[in-house]
Write a new protein. Structure first.
Length: 364
């Protein structure tokens, strides 16, 4: 089968003929119908973050179950439409028991081994081991994944919507639902109008946040953000971002969601908070990257900073909830989708990450 492989950070992905071994117990084969172009893959492509290589990238996908491995639990059946999750839950570790499945031991295990939950790979090329990426690897015709890495997709939710729900949407909407919480009538700032930031904007609109201020460096992305629910937008290139936010929201914002992952923008988000305001950090940075927090501002203004992974969500509850909100028209995710690319154009899709409006989608 064809798959997009990262061999060396800094070099383009290569489309290669990869051999997929049959699924083992607890695993399934999914034919990929759509895969979203998330910036997280790009962090690995540039070397900001490392993983075992070579690896088939892609972690935001959806498709149809083609095969179920031996001794199936019956949880998943052939022909079923599923969205892929890059954070499966084992159900037994302390994080799962505590109700934080996003922090399940399977996540770091898959990320560090480049394998499936048992630590081994089903991907190879002419005898050479190829790694999985976050247990998904959906820039490919097919994937073998743990049956714990999928959630059913209801009729009426197209594959490209199910795909982006599996990362950008659950991350951004979940950051509002779970990390921010109740925010009707409260001010909310989003930094970064990519797929994740725009999903946060949609979640904020749904939750009644007001005003919703969005910062980006691209005027077309800001215009898109206004269509999706931003009540005010700020072009970061047009001067002091914090001063512009404070001009929109005197006294500072109740909540700021940083969906870029840069020290400078985290600093801006922190500085733009009102007393007792909360900064939710969602963007990922280069490994080891830090930003400075003024001690007295943190204490005397009782500001809060929290990280949010995968929307701090419970994906098996939140993805069906997101699909339901899409089907009822409350979460118009069609408006989030940008350009569609064939698998061969995956590098072009990543070149476009900077300029293209909306979430790009690969259709293998
Ligand atoms: N926490 C999680 O679970 C999680 C999940 C998915 C993605 N992410 C991370 O979230 C971040 C965003 O992902 P994405 O796919 O939306 O990326 P993206 O590239 O589509 O969007 C990033 C946006 O930030 C804007 N931007 C860049 N520099 C800026 C600056 N200095 N000031 C203002 N805006 C600026 C860009 O114009 C772009 O619109 C990435 O770091 C990604 O790795 C985190
Ligand atoms: Zn992602
Ligand atoms: Zn677990």
């Amino acid at each position: 089968m064809r798959a997009a492989v990262l061999r060396t950070p800094g070099e383009p992905l290569t489309i290669e003929d990869i051999t997929l071994a049959p699924p083992k117990k607890g695993e399934i084969v999914v034919r990929v119908e759509a895969a979203g172009v998330c910036h997280s893959d790009y962090h690995y492509m540039t070397g900001d973050i490392t993983c075992p290589l070579p690896a088939v990238l892609g972690h935001e996908g959806a498709g149809i179950v083609e095969e179920v491995g031996p001794e199936s639990s019956g949880r998943v059946s052939v022909g079923q439409r599923v969205a892929l999750m890059w954070r499966p839950r084992c159900g037994e570790c302390p994080a799962c028991i505590a109700g934080n499945p996003v922090l399940c031991r399977f996540g770091p295990l898959q990320a560090t081994t480049g394998g499936l939950p048992d630590g081994t790979s089903r991907l190879s090329r002419d005898g050479e081991k190829v790694h999985h990426f976050l247990g998904v690897s959906c820039f490919a015709d097919r994937v073998v994944v743990s049956e714990r890495s999928v959630v059913p997709v209801p009729d009426g939710v197209p594959a490209h919507i199910a795909a982006i729900a599996g990362c950008a949407v659950i991350t951004g909407v979940g950051a509002v639902f779970h990390a921010v919480g109740e925010c009707a009538g409260r001010s909310l700032l989003v930094l970064g109008a990519g797929g994740v930031g725009l999903s946060a904007v949609m979640g904020a609109r749904l939750s009644g946040a007001d005003p919703i201020v969005v910062v980006d460096i691209d005027p077309r992305k800001l215009e898109h953000a206004r269509r999706l629910g931003a009540t005010a937008t700020i072009d970061a290139r047009s001067g002091d971002v914090v001063a512009q936010v404070l001009a929109e929201v005197p006294g500072g914002v109740d909540f700021a969601i940083e969906a870029i992952g840069r020290p400078q923008t985290l600093q801006q988000a922190f500085d733009a908070l009102s007393p007792a305001g909360t900064l939710v950090a969602v963007g990922l940075g280069r490994v080891g990257e830090t930003f400075a927090i003024p001690v007295n501002q943190l204490v005397q203004r009782q500001k809060r900073i929290i990280g949010s992974l995968y929307g701090s969500a419970n994906p098996l509850i939140d993805l069906p909830r997101i699909f339901g909100l899409y089907l009822s028209g409350r979460l118009p995710l069609d408006e989030l989708v940008g350009t569609t690319y064939p698998l061969e154009s995956v590098n072009e899709a990543y070149d476009d990450l900077r300029g293209a409006v909306g979430r790009g989608v690969i259709v293998p």
